[in-house]
Design a protein around this ligand. Structure first.
Ligand SMILES: [Zn+2]
Length: 287
């Protein structure tokens, strides 16, 4: 692995050879480093943890789409997009490759997405689309719109849930570096748990597996963040978000039976189940 990294660093310099220079060294440009280094604690809880929106193509896609179709478009884009096509960004990241792949990197361009790109150069592996769509876009778009509409308690929940989401992602990635089993339980008792088998080092390499893993961490994070303690008023704002079905994909809640047990009794106490909030949460939490 170290050898491969060295060869890429050499090639990175070669890529920057002035165009007039005739003799270009022929060095294989590839690296496939599956070792996921831990993120710096200081970035956990921030949207750019997932992705730094440096690429023009990302920004254009997000800016061009109409509000109603934005989410579908961004999801489709994240799945098919090749971040290496933007040569300027690729060069910028390659210049800082060593900093971007270092454990607990605090480089200002660091993100899980950029870190992946710098470890998988020319090998054909693509960063999980989750980083760009469910991760960054959701966090920076829906999260940002929702935040000012919440009470201070609701805002504290959003910050906390975001932190737990990313902390859980870190835990899963690190467990996948240690073996074939990912096991997680909520920080606070009764907020759920899950386990899944993923071949060691493979979690980040399979788009669907990664998404399935990330979805399993959602209920734990929302509940550890304090979702069940929020007022009906905040819950109404949260459940009135567009694409709530994506935010709280029903599959995630189906797997966290404990979660439903925690939230539903509180909701029944707080609200008449006939009201829209009760119904929305009922839809969210009922299998
Ligand atoms: Zn690779």
């Amino acid at each position: 692995m170290a050898d491969k990294q060295d060869s890429v660093l050499g090639t990175g310099a070669a890529m920057l050879t002035p165009s007039g220079y005739q003799v270009r060294p022929k060095v294989a440009l590839s690296s496939c480093n599956r070792i996921v280094p831990p993120a710096a604690p200081s970035i956990i809880g921030q949207c750019p943890y997932y992705y730094q929106p440096l690429h023009g193509e990302y920004l254009e896609t997000v800016e061009k789409v109409s509000v109603s179709s934005a989410w579908e478009t961004v999801k489709a884009f994240a799945t098919s997009w090749d971040p290496w096509k933007d040569k300027e960004v690729a060069r910028r990241l390659l210049h800082r490759r060593e900093q971007l792949i270092a454990p607990e990197s605090t480089d200002s361009d660091w993100s899980r997405h950029g870190n992946f790109m710098m470890r998988h150069v020319g090998c054909g592996h693509k960063p999980p689309s989750y980083y760009v769509s469910y991760g960054y876009y959701y966090c920076s778009n829906y999260g940002a719109k929702l935040y000012p509409r919440l009470s201070p308690e609701g805002q504290a929940w959003l910050r906390s849930a975001r932190w737990y989401l990313q902390k859980n992602m870190e835990k899963g990635l690190m467990q996948n570096m240690a073996g074939n089993d990912i096991q997680m339980r909520s920080q606070k008792p009764g907020n759920g748990s899950f386990s899944m088998t993923v071949q060691q080092y493979e979690l980040e390499l399979d788009d669907d597996t990664f998404k399935a893993f990330a979805f399993k961490t959602h209920p734990l994070a929302y509940l550890d963040g304090g979702l069940a303690d929020l007022s009906t008023w905040d819950l109404a704002k949260i459940t009135a978000q567009p694409n709530i079905q994506e935010w709280g994909d029903i599959r995630t809640w189906e797997q966290a039976v404990d979660s439903a047990k925690v939230v539903v009794p509180n909701m029944i106490n707080h609200s008449d189940m006939d009201d829209p909030v009760g119904r929305a949460l009922g839809r969210l939490l009922t299998k």
